[in-house]
Design a protein around this ligand. Structure first.
Ligand code: NAP
Length: 330
């Protein structure tokens, strides 16, 4: 870069670890938000109007309406693997590089899927609420009777990086694994995960734990709705660690209320951060605030990778011009 040229201006839409932020400041003038908040498109356009690049959270939207007002923008780096906040086609058309953080969060997110499976089946959060409310009057043989996890059939919708990490953990619980993708995984992956490919309806019918790990796309929106929930076993559990909107929350509330499935463990919601009151009122659902990847080490790795991507995308650092995780590049 030209030594006399003004430094590019960068916007960091949410707080970032100080030491990781310092790496951005080596190259750029950085405008960083000190509090987490969700941004509207007009607010995004205002913040990005005079910026060359941005580090974004996965709820921060960039579409054609934003891009039309951000003439200097050259790169946006999501700090997450999902990128349904970005209009990838509009970004490509405008010549703006978009990046994400695949790979560094797989194991942590898989751990969390299992946390939800176990908590949901064994009623962990419901039992804690009961205890904290002073309702526990002594040992009872019949309280909080839940479902077993071991030996049950694990069904994975979306056997990608995270789906595979979830499936690999099933061996210790002696659980058969079935999965569905649009395309069958390579034989080596099936062997590694001890997983059997099935069609979508078989997955829905046979899974005792149906774990959703697909990206949010036009095709996966409401992939689990009333019809799919009806195919599930009455004693099955639905776990969603992917994205809200893949599951139709209204249909799910109805199924949970009517006990058409045994329960659900949800880390993501259709209208985050709003969770429907009817869902909050149910005991057969475990609810968490989109924390699937939220271990300290993994959130640091995600932040660091997003920074690597942005620095490289804007032509700086050892990978100048070759950001490691360009969305859409294969
Ligand atoms: P990935 O490696 O791209 O895997 C996605 C899988 O979904 C692929 O196997 C893909 O296979 C399958 N898939 C895509 N569209 C499908 C469809 N229409 N029907 C059936 N299967 C479909 O992605 P990943 O890294 O595992 O991440 C998955 C998602 O998890 C992310 O996009 C993100 O939204 C979410 N996530 C959430 C958290 C959290 O904090 N809760 C954390 C990390 C990630 P085919 O292409 O063959 O269909």
């Amino acid at each position: 870069m030209n030594a006399g040229a003004p430094r590019p201006r960068i916007w960091v839409s949410r707080p970032l670890f100080d030491d990781i932020l310092a790496r951005l400041r080596e190259h750029f003038d950085v405008d960083v938000e000190s509090e987490d908040r969700d941004w509207t498109r007009p607010q995004m356009a205002e913040k990005l109007r005079d910026k060359t690049g941005a580090i974004l959270g996965v709820a921060d939207p960039v579409d054609a309406s934003v891009i039309a007002q951000t003439p200097l923008l050259r790169a946006v780096a999501n700090r997450g693997v999902g990128y349904n906040n970005l209009d990838v086609a509009a970004l490509a058309k405008a010549g703006i590089v978009a990046t994400n953080t695949p790979g560094v969060l797989d194991e942590t997110t898989a751990d969390f899927a299992w946390a939800l499976m176990l908590a949901t089946a064994r009623r962990v959060t419901e039992a804690e609420r009961f205890l904290r409310a002073g309702q526990w009057k002594g040992m009872s043989f019949h309280i909080m009777l839940g479902g077993d996890v071991h030996g049950k059939t694990l069904g994975v919708l979306g056997m990608g990086r995270i789906g595979q990490a979830i499936a690999r953990r099933a061996a210790g619980f002696r659980m058969p694994v079935i999965y569905h993708n649009r395309s069958r995984a390579a034989a080596g992956i099936e062997e590694d995960c001890k997983a059997r490919y099935v069609d979508r309806d078989t997955l829905l019918r046979e899974a005792d734990f149906l774990v959703i790990a697909v990206p949010m796309t036009a095709e996966t929106k409401h992939a689990i709705g009333a019809a799919e929930l009806t195919l599930m076993k009455r004693d099955a559990y639905l776990i969603n660690i992917a994205r809200g909107g893949v599951v139709d929350d209204t249909a799910l509330v109805a199924a949970l209320k009517e006990k058409r499935i045994a329960g659900a463990g949800l880390d993501v919601f259709e209208h985050e951060p709003v969770v429907p009151d009817e869902m909050l009122a149910l005991d057969n659902v475990v609810l968490t605030p989109h924390i699937g990847s939220a271990s300290l080490a993994t959130r640091r790795a995600m932040a660091s990778l997003a920074v690597d991507n942005l620095i490289a995308a804007l032509g700086y650092g050892p990978d100048a011009g070759r950001p490691p995780n360009v969305i859409g590049a294969r």
